[in-house]
Design a protein around this ligand. Structure first.
Ligand code: BES
Ligand code: MN
Ligand code: ZN
Length: 478
């Protein structure tokens, strides 16, 4: 984990990154005449990075145009942080001092955020880990507007995002549903929230027919994890409930996915669960005054001996019967039991996150999540705003009745398969059936997992959802 610290003064003996307004070269008092004229020329040519070097001390200068803080600019700075992270590691530097000469603390926080997120690595399975390990360890932020508390808050959110990434990057050979439960328990102990993991017996006793059906083809038992963060002082009377899909591997079950192609990245199918444990970790580490509950139903989806068959009819924990027409539409079955479970809390708001449909990916690619729900439009908009601020962007889809009609079965209450089109919405309508509270569904199938890095979003699990949920809850419920 990259450390982020607040520095009282600029640390002069260290390599540095200096953010400055491009019409304020005069603030760079360390420059001599020759350097100033060099800077002026570079700025005339619209250079967005100017580099000075003395031996192995490097000074990077990032000019910023004077404009109000806006999401596009913050994202540009995170991306710049990623570029600098590569340069710093290329020069084998372990520490850097980021100096802010602009008036906006948010600028230096965004740049440092991009740098630290880009510095994430998953090296557990490499024999020669040491060789591959990045040199960069510590980012010192020098800005009077950034306190140690601000630096810690950023560090914690990054740490929680990286926890989610690592859980996603772990293959199912390690991360069974049982192991996933253990990892969530460990996060609870480390960061300060309570965790209870229900095993197969309890899941059977609670008649969670969706989770049990998906698990029927597997040798490994399912788990249902309940996390709760409730500090002494809370602002919300009724809790916020976060639900995450925890399919630790999705083969499709008997409706097997073809490989190569659609099965190859399906260790990512617990990314929703990873986002939920990540968000709870970030909230607990930063001691936000808010009551939050996290629910993660987990299992692998396999075509083993007693696997659920197409046309089987199963019963969800609220008594709803579902005709399973495609065993690859499994996420909605396990989420149904979790959404039913959430009713007992009478939540102020329930948000579920899931790598639910290929349709969401086809609609908007990997640059955004599909959102829809029954929460007031004001709340949907607040989530979309957090999406812009964190650049974990969202696109809202409608919840018209007609999409729900596609999920009706002749011989059961619902079927788990809709028509050929708008699969992300018909899946959402299926989930809606199991809610009786304000609810938002986030289909993260596009951005959850990348097969090539996209700036500071490293290859593999991105941890999408953690920064989004943290910002949304902090801004609107604290
Ligand atoms: N886990 C997949 C969805 C997915 C696709 C996640 C691509 C990440 C990337 C989900 O369980 C699934 O298989 N969905 C099916 C549903 C269909 C059978 C109705 C799909 O989208 O094809
Ligand atoms: Mn599936
Ligand atoms: Zn799935």
């Amino acid at each position: 984990m990259t450390q982020i610290k607040a520095a009282k003064n600029a640390l002069l003996n260290l390599s540095s990154v200096t953010l400055f307004f491009d019409d304020e070269i005069s603030k760079l008092t360390e420059l001599d005449k020759q350097q100033i004229s060099y800077f002026k020329k570079e700025l005339e040519q619209q250079k967005d990075l100017i580099i000075l070097q003395e031996l192995n001390i490097w000074h990077y200068y990032v000019p910023v145009k004077k404009e109000a803080v806006n999401p596009e600019l913050l994202e540009k700075l995170r991306t710049k942080g990623c570029q600098l992270q590569a340069a710093l590691n290329g020069n084998k530097l372990s520490e850097v001092c980021v100096i802010n000469l602009t008036t906006e603390p948010e600028f230096v926080l965004a740049l440092s955020e991009g740098m630290a997120l880009a510095n994430y690595q998953f090296l557990k399975y490499l024999k020669d880990k040491k060789k591959k390990q990045y040199s960069l360890q510590t980012i010192h932020i020098s800005d009077k507007g950034v306190s140690q508390k601000d630096a810690d808050e950023l560090s914690h959110v990054i740490q929680a995002t990286c926890l989610a990434r690592t859980l996603i990057n772990e293959p199912v050979s390690y991360l069974s549903a049982t192991q996933f439960g253990k990892e969530m328990s460990k996060a609870g102990k480390d960061y300060g929230f309570s965790v209870k993991v229900l095993g197969k017996k309890e899941i059977e006793a609670k008649k969670m027919g969706g989770l049990l059906a998906v698990n029927a083809g597997s040798i490994d038992p399912p788990t249902f994890t309940i996390m709760e963060y409730k500090p002494e002082k809370v602002r919300n009377k009724k809790p916020i409930v976060l639900v995450g899909k925890g399919v630790v591997f999705d083969t499709g079950g008997l409706s097997l996915k073809p490989t190569p192609g659609s099965m190859d990245e399906m260790k990512c199918d617990m990314s929703g669960g990873a986002a939920v444990v990540g968000a709870l970790s970030a909230i607990a580490m930063n001691k936000l005054p808010v009551h939050v509950i996290g629910l993660v139903p987990a299992t692998d989806n396999r075509p083993g001996m007693n696997a659920v068959c197409p046309q089987d009819i199963i019963t969800i924990s609220d008594g709803t019967t579902v005709e399973v027409l495609n065993t690859d539409a499994e996420g909605r079955l396990i989420l149904a039991d979790a959404l039913v479970w959430a009713k007992q809390y009478k939540p102020e708001l329930c948000i579920d996150l899931a790598t639910l449909t290929g349709a969401a990916v086809r609609a908007i690619g990997s640059y955004a999540s599909a959102i829809m729900g029954t929460a007031e439009q004001k709340v949907m908009n607040q989530l979309a705003e957090s999406g812009m601020r964190t650049w974990e962007r969202t696109v809202q889809f409608p919840m018209w009745k007609e999409y729900g009609d596609e999920m009706r079965s002749d011989i059961a209450d619902l079927k788990n398969l809709g028509g050929a089109n708008a699969g992300q919405i018909t899946a959402g309508k299926f989930l809606e059936h199991f809610t009786d509270y304000p609810w938002i569904h986030i289909d993260i199938a596009g951005p959850a997992y990348l097969n090539a890095p996209n700036a500071y979003r490293t290859k593999g699990g991105t941890g999408v959802g953690v920064r989004l949920l943290y910002d949304f809850i902090k801004q609107n419920y604290c």
